[in-house]
Design a protein around this ligand. Structure first.
Ligand SMILES: [Zn+2]
Length: 297
């Protein structure tokens, strides 16, 4: 059955949601405490704090380092080179500690190369040469091996967040989806946006990933949307997504209150519910019924 869940910045399980994903290691490098009964989302090779303390960690390319200020690229963060042994161990240790507690699952994000052209630091060049592999295959192998190591540490459900690029993922990030599928239980694809008033791309990318990926798919939508008209558009997007063969639809919220507000908005909107009934959104109606029993007036 399709799950509805949250991706949330506070360690709170929200009533009426089947699963909750909590960022326990964030892009700023802050380490949270592993949270029981939640999926713990661990940021791997983006770590502002570690890079501030040791700029040598940065991934590099012929066009300069993997930083936001390098305008040859449009990177949203500064990236650590994924072959740095010490840093890798630090991340794997955190994954291991997380899995030792009673978490429901572990999700890794930003566990790959920052973009095409990375990383050409002396260590990566040496490792590439020694591998005898083609450059793109070496990068993909490097990422897959890291995931295989992490997988071994996690008896719970284990998966990854991926950038929503179904075509160039290997060239850009070193993601070989088929090879990775052997080591993960799910793929988590964030389709982040300021609003979902325009929807075709959500549907297109979801279709692409469901066909392409050999493991169950979670789709994440941004739900931290202030205007009511945008919340309604987002709820329609959730309904359309509910027709695809997904394991879960996840809503990104800052806190539990926002998730509850969305559920209340949905159950109390008779237009929306009439529209769901009329067009036979069976999975979505089940979610709404569950929310209604908790949040209905
Ligand atoms: Zn490197």
């Amino acid at each position: 059955m399709l799950k509805i869940g949250t991706v949330i910045y506070e360690p709170t399980i929200v009533d009426g949601f089947d699963m909750n994903v909590y960022y326990s290691k964030r892009v700023d490098g802050v380490l949270g405490k592993p949270e029981k009964a939640m999926y713990n989302d661990i940021t791997c090779f983006v770590d502002a704090k570690a890079i501030r303390e040791n700029p040598d960690l940065l991934a590099v390319s012929p066009n300069g380092p993997a930083t936001r200020t390098n305008k040859k690229y449009t990177l949203p963060w500064d990236f650590v080179c994924p072959t740095n042994k010490e840093y890798r161990s630090h991340v794997l240790d955190f994954i291991k500690e997380t899995a030792k507690t009673d978490v429901e699952g572990v999700t890794l994000n930003l566990f790959h190369f920052p973009e095409e052209g990375f990383c050409t630091c002396p260590r990566c060049q040496k490792m590439h040469k020694a591998s005898g592999l083609d450059w793109l295959d070496w990068r993909a192998e490097t990422v897959t091996v890291f995931l295989r190591q992490a997988r071994k540490l996690v008896p719970q459900r284990f998966g990854i967040e991926i950038w929503p690029d179904p075509v160039l993922a290997k060239e850009r990030f070193g993601l070989d989806f088929d090879a990775i599928a052997d080591y993960v239980d799910f793929f988590h694809v964030p389709l982040s946006a300021n609003n979902y008033v325009t929807l075709y791309w959500v549907d297109t990318l979801t279709q692409d990933f469901v066909k392409l990926l050999k493991k169950p798919v979670f789709i994440e939508l941004s739900a931290e949307i202030p205007r009511p008209v945008e919340t309604k558009a987002m709820l329609r997007a959730v309904a359309y997504l509910s027709r695809h063969n997904l394991e879960a639809i996840l809503l990104l919220v800052h806190d539990a209150e926002r998730a509850k507000e969305i559920a209340r908005t949905a159950v109390n909107d008779s237009n929306y519910r009439g529209w769901l009934e009329k067009f036979g959104f069976e999975n979505m109606n089940k979610i709404i019924d569950k929310w209604d029993s908790i949040y209905g007036k």
